[in-house]
Design a protein around this ligand. Structure first.
Ligand code: BGC
Length: 765
């Protein structure tokens, strides 16, 4: 098949059949070609942390996960998210771009930027964070890296795809403000800053409408409001009705349906049910995509797999989070005269990647046991005991006993614990967030014979630590650390690398404490996002709930001090710009990186707002004793909430609290700034409440005057308080129409410029 050369054809040059074919895929991973016009196919392939391109000679079938070409497996997104390092994600993206390019892949299907709404989501290992700001910045960096190689990135899964249960049928019932503040910002930021080649419409429905048929989300929000110029592809098998999908703004259905969808599209155009101009728009987006990204024959890039492995190792080291380190037990001195019992199946057979569409056929894998042996000096004695088997079917008391005996004679026990692969995957949700019972029992038994226990965790989604953490002197959360994860863990344990990861997701005390506990996963048809904007730390903070480890937490082998916070506010309203500066010093003995986090709160607001929200962060690398000035800039959007009533972001004037933290609950510096913004002006109607009338500078006095003549007791503040929530029209009716409607109509014409919403809460646009 020839690769396209020169400019793509125009939709007008294509026959109706060719157009319909172009918006329906071919097989599992390709788009259709129009050979006579030199329009070549392109290859789309997974995934976010490693290439999963089906081998051309693979006999296992196009959807098999086992016959992919060898590729570097980087840490999964839950690990990369914990690095809080956009530069690192850009480098990983670049490496993914190079490997894609070398394999003739035009579009890489990632990153996944869905928000971790509930820890039970089986696919959380593939998502970056519970926070939209962090997800947006890290996702954008990954896209930037991939696209720097000319390969397109496909941001997925748009939108509100936060569970695997019933993912093809369920409707996420989510209010507009929550969508705008929590679930859409990552997509919005990536689209507006990086123009990804593709966005993937998710399986599920949002407020009753399939994402793939959702004109409002695909066309009005993504295209018209955010200016998306790339192509919109369906998730694999997400299209229920190909004609409705094209009408709503979808540009490509994947995988191919052997001509069925194309036939339906042709018939719909011929019957006048689908405007050919709408199909032409989809075709135009596809032609631009073909022009933009490399075709399957373009394999000029050369991959340096050794370099990528080294990058995967650095990424894994940056992503690991040191949750706890009592008595500074870590790092271990590799030159010390010390006996270390390395215990746990994961030390020898790492679980380093997730399951499902992101499964990578790795170039090599390093385990922690061998890597530790490689770093250990001559006086350090390492012994290994398997302790347990990862697979539930293979549980063996003899392994347990042998491990406890090994621990009893060692100075330190390092336990590698984690989730069995079957506990989390694309395609289904988790049943709980606990480690397997036999592993916890082993930890307890080891701790009974050895007081110095280091736990290293391997898991994609978060696991509960509260039942057992008292038995661990230190806990290093390694996540699913990719093919070089074992080496990275050894680097961290022996201090060759200094931990700098921070939690991108809260570790709750119990599942029952989590925000969506009562609303997950819903019924087969609907899941209510009842916790609204209070996702992750926004919820725990609003409820003042204790957690095991808060969002943003992560220790280092050195210490950092924060000082000299200063703020400067320039401009007002939409143009406001706040500069925040502070000094961070490495006050400890080792070089290390610190993630400085800026949280913003609006204590007095017209609507309920989270106590504080992450709005900026940076990772600084400091030598011992070194001080660096860190500067952040905040703009109007960082201070605003989304008003469903106004259908826009609203910045309220007044005081905002800025907190600088080493985590969301370790706030080191605080400042209050005053921001000027125009008051919210609304046109008053009879549907506006008495309170809204009274708050209006023109309507308020006018209403009081009109009521004064009605002989009511309305001047009494207690009465005003009592009727404040009544729409004015009702008050008039209740007054027996003694209030002068004509006078109020004249007022309505003069007060506030914008119509306000009708009584049913719907805002007419
Ligand atoms: C997943 C996508 C993936 C696609 C292709 C779907 O099941 O949800 O993330 O890109 O398959 O493998």
């Amino acid at each position: 098949m020839p690769d396209p050369t020169g400019p793509a054809a125009a939709p007008a040059a294509l026959s109706l059949d060719e157009k319909a074919a172009l918006v329906s895929g071919v097989g599992g991973w390709s788009t259709a070609a129009v050979e006579r016009l030199g329009v070549g196919p392109i290859t789309l392939t997974d995934g976010p942390h490693g290439l999963r391109l089906a081998a051309e000679d693979g006999a296992a079938g196009q959807f098999s996960l086992s016959n992919a070409v060898p590729a570097t497996c980087f840490p999964t997104a839950s690990a990369l998210g914990s690095s809080w390092d956009p530069d690192l994600l850009a480098q990983v993206g670049e490496a993914l771009g190079v490997e894609s390019r070398a394999a003739g892949v035009g579009v890489l299907l990632g990153p996944g930027v869905n928000i971790k709404r509930a820890p039970l989501c089986g696919r959380n290992f593939e998502y970056l964070s519970e926070d939209p700001h962090l997800t947006a910045r890290l996702g954008a960096a990954l896209v930037r890296g991939v696209q720097s190689q000319g390969v397109g990135a496909c941001v997925k899964h748009f939108a509100a795809n936060n569970q695997e249960t019933e993912r093809l049928r369920v409707s996420a019932e989510v209010d507009e403000r929550t969508l705008r503040e929590i679930y859409l910002p990552a997509f919005e930021h990536i689209v507006t800053t990086e123009q990804p080649a593709m966005v993937m419409a998710a399986y599920n429905r949002v407020n009753g409408v399939y994402n793939t048929q959702n004109r409002r989300l695909l066309t009005e929000v993504l295209r018209e409001e955010w200016g998306f110029e790339g192509a919109i592809v369906s998730d694999w098998g997400a299209v229920a009705d190909p004609v409705a999908a094209v009408s709503a703004g979808l540009n490509l259905e994947m995988p191919g349906t052997h001509g069925t969808s194309a036939r339906k599209i042709v018939e719909a155009v011929e019957a006048g049910d689908l405007d050919e101009a709408v199909l032409d728009q989809a075709v135009a987006h596809m032609l631009r995509l073909v022009e933009r990204v490399p075709g399957p024959g373009d394999r000029t890039a050369k991959v340096n797999f050794a370099r990528h492995h080294a990058l995967a190792r650095r990424a894994a080291a940056e992503a690991a989070v040191l949750l706890k380190n009592d008595d500074a037990i870590l790092p271990l001195d590799p030159e010390a005269e010390l006996s270390i019992a390395v215990i746990g199946d994961f030390a020898h057979t790492p679980r380093y990647q997730g399951a499902g569409s992101s499964l990578v056929n790795v170039t090599r894998v390093e385990n922690a046991l061998d890597a530790m042996a490689g770093l250990a000096g001559r006086s350090l004695a390492l012994t290994y005991a398997r302790g347990f088997a990862q697979a539930a079917a293979d549980r063996d008391p003899a392994l347990h006993e042998a491990a406890v005996a090994t621990a009893a004679t060692a100075d330190i026990a390092v336990l590698f614990l984690g989730l069995p692969a079957g506990d989390e995957s694309e395609g289904y949700d988790r049943a709980h967030i606990d480690l397997p019972e036999d592993q916890v029992r082993l930890l307890e038994a080891v701790a009974a014979v050895n007081a110095r226990v280091v736990v290293v965790l391997a898991n994609g989604g978060v696991v509960r630590v509260s039942p057992w953490e008292r038995h661990a002197t230190a806990i290093l959360e390694g996540w699913l650390a990719g093919q070089a994860g074992g080496a990275a863990i050894a680097d961290l344990l022996f201090g060759k690398a200094n931990p700098s990861g921070k939690l991108a997701e809260t570790v709750p005390l119990r599942l029952e404490d989590t925000p969506a506990y009562l609303n997950f996963p819903g019924t087969p048809t609907a899941v209510t996002y009842g916790e609204r904007i209070y996702v992750g730390y926004r919820y725990y903070d609003a409820k003042d709930l204790p957690v095991s480890y808060p969002f943003g937490h992560g220790l280092s082998y050195t210490t950092f001090t924060y000082a000299h916070l200063s703020t400067k506010v320039e401009g007002a309203g939409d143009q406001v710009r706040i500069t925040v500066a502070l000094e961070v010093t490495n006050s400890g003995p080792r070089a290390g990186q610190e993630v400085v986090q800026l949280y913003v709160g609006d204590p007095v607001a017209e609507v309920d707002r989270p106590l504080r929200e992450l709005k900026a962060f940076t990772k600084v690398d400091l030598a011992p004793g070194q001080t660096q000035t860190v500067e952040f800039e905040l703009r109007a959007r960082d201070l605003s909430y989304f008003s469903a009533r106004e259908d826009r972001w609203v910045l309220e004037a007044g005081e905002f609290e800025l907190c600088i933290g080493a985590s969301s609950r370790d706030l080191r510096l605080r400042a209050t700034v005053n921001v000027d913004a125009p008051p919210l002006a609304r046109r008053l109607t009879l549907d506006a409440t008495v309170a809204e009338w009274l708050a209006d500078p023109v309507g308020g006095p006018g209403l009081l005057e009109a009521l004064a003549g009605s002989g009511s007791s309305f001047q009494n503040p207690e009465v005003q308080h009592m009727v404040a929530q009544l729409p004015l029209g009702r008050l008039i009716t209740l007054s027996g129409d003694r209030i002068d409607r004509g006078r109020l109509s004249r007022l309505m014409a003069t007060a506030g410029p914008e119509p306000i919403e009708a009584e049913d809460g719907h805002h007419a646009r």
